[in-house]
Design a protein around this ligand. Structure first.
Ligand code: ARG
Length: 463
């Protein structure tokens, strides 16, 4: 047991208590950020005359050596230390002696861990942002290639009106574009430095918090030291944003699974992104899409867990907050993997355009357009709706689509039907006459593609 405290104690910590209390098993992930923070702290202490330049240089040298040795496997992070902060400090002292004992001047593990978590989360926000950008590029390339690919649009999972694949994917483009926006918003709000908050009430040393904040790439130091050590809002916001990303992916996966089913056959997943069955030789299963859908639960769980951990905590730091780590790390990794895998799956998917078109033709997706046709001939919309409803019922009985009826049959329902009805309810007309802004019509989708292209071409990454 290598602990940073003990002077006040007369008895040893019970073995079980030590293990229960320790966080080294998971906070070792913070090693690089911990060292980064310590470097900035040491430089600032020297600048302020709290450390000598020699002490600073010894500390910087020691920290660099610890980091290098851990990376190249010469130094193991073991359970012997309570947490990553203790590990670094103990090893520093072992290496450089008394100068190492001065590193923690004007600092507490409370502001140290608050800093480490922020640094770690900040870089994860950047990574998620990049993955989302790659996904958006992939979605966009499917859109560009499929402005003429007609497919049924659904409401209530019932065929509703014809749309195009470009338009359908355009909806997901918007969702993931908003997700990137959320990353940007969170980044802007969270990019403040808690270092220098001390245990809770700052410190009596003349620290230069602006200096450390700037050295570590933050906009400014946090404004209140008690908030500085006990704020985990940014993490909750990030987990909420990740939950929304996962919700979007999960909806997309649900469609992929449906479209890949034997009944739909709108798409075929590549072999590289499918799996087989141990018993049924014919099976090719969409496991990746199912897993992404399933992992959504894990990420939601992390958000709920952290909200619950934080809900009853009095100011300022409480040990409960150590529980912010494991499930946050899990949620960040899970979401990053899911976006990456999903992007790969999408990029290698084959779209069966003929199948999509015939499905659109088969489901009376042009019924609204048939009603609109009558409206344009002067029939009030409500009456037209009734007439086409009866017409559809007839078609279902006859097992024919609307445009397979003869003009004579059509005229039994309304005298307004003339030869031009066939053109008016063709799938191409139905799609291309939908020219309201944001609709699937040719001009409308071209405009949408233009704005998406501009977005893709001007992506600014957060990291
Ligand atoms: N391992 C702790 C955490 O993750 C570090 C902070 C410990 N601070 C303390 N006062 N015990 O929260």
């Amino acid at each position: 047991m290598a602990q940073l405290w003990g002077g006040r104690f007369t008895e040893k910590t019970a073995e079980d208590v030590y293990r229960f209390n320790a966080s080294i098993g998971f906070d070792k992930k913070l090693l690089k950020d911990d060292i980064k923070g310590s470097r900035a702290h040491a430089k600032m202490l020297a600048k302020q005359g709290i450390l000598t330049e020699e002490e600073r240089d010894a500390i910087l040298g020691g920290l660099a050596a610890i980091e290098a040795d851990v990376m190249n496997g010469h130094l193991a992070i073991t359970d012997e230390y309570e947490d990553v902060h203790s590990f670094v400090e103990a090893n520093l002292i072992k290496r450089i002696g008394d100068a190492g004992k001065k590193l923690h001047t004007g600092r507490s593990r409370n502001d140290q861990v608050a800093l480490d978590m922020r640094l770690y989360t900040r870089s994860c926000i950047g990574q998620i942002d990049r993955h989302l950008g790659e996904l958006l590029k992939t979605i966009f390339s499917v859109m560009e290639a499929n402005t003429d690919t007609i497919m049924p649009g659904f409401t209530h999972l019932q065929k509703a009106q014809p749309v195009t694949l470009a338009h359908h994917f355009g909806a997901y483009f918007e969702m993931f574009r908003r997700d990137r926006g959320r990353m940007f918003d969170i980044f802007k709000r969270m990019n403040e430095c808690p270092l220098g908050s001390g245990a809770l009430a700052g410190t009596t040393y003349g620290l230069d918090r602006d200096y450390t904040a700037q050295k570590l790439g933050f906009y400014r130091p946090t404004a209140n030291s008690m908030d500085g050590v006990s704020d985990r809002d940014y993490l909750i916001e990030f987990l909420a944003a990740l939950s929304i990303v996962m919700m979007h992916l999960s909806r997309f996966c649900e469609e992929i699974i449906l479209w890949n089913s034997n009944e739909y056959r709108f798409i075929e997943l590549s072999d590289a992104y499918s799996t087989g069955s141990s018993i049924m030789p014919q099976k090719k299963n969409p496991d990746i899409a199912e897993l992404v859908r399933g992992k959504t639960g894990r990420v939601y769980g992390s958000l709920m867990a952290l909200l619950t951990v934080m809900k009853g905590l009095p100011l300022a730091y409480n040990k409960d907050m150590q529980e912010d780590k494991e499930f946050s790390f899990d949620a960040m990794e899970t979401t990053a993997d899911c976006i990456r895998l999903f992007t790969g799956m999408l990029a290698t998917t084959t779209f069966h355009k003929e199948r999509m078109l015939s499905s659109a033709k088969g489901g009376f997706t042009n019924a609204t357009d048939a009603a609109d046709y009558l409206v344009k001939k002067g029939v009030p919309f409500r009456d037209a709706h009734g007439i086409i409803g009866e017409l559809v019922l007839y078609c279902i009985k006859e097992n024919k689509p609307i445009d397979a009826l003869t003009l004579e049959e059509l005229q039994r329902f309304s005298g307004q039907f003339t030869e031009d009805i066939y053109e008016a309810v063709s799938m191409t007309t139905c799609v291309n006459t939908r020219e309201t802004k944001g609709a699937p019509g040719k001009k409308a989708i071209e405009e949408e593609l233009l704005s998406c292209r501009e977005y893709i071409d001007n992506i600014k990454w957060l990291d």
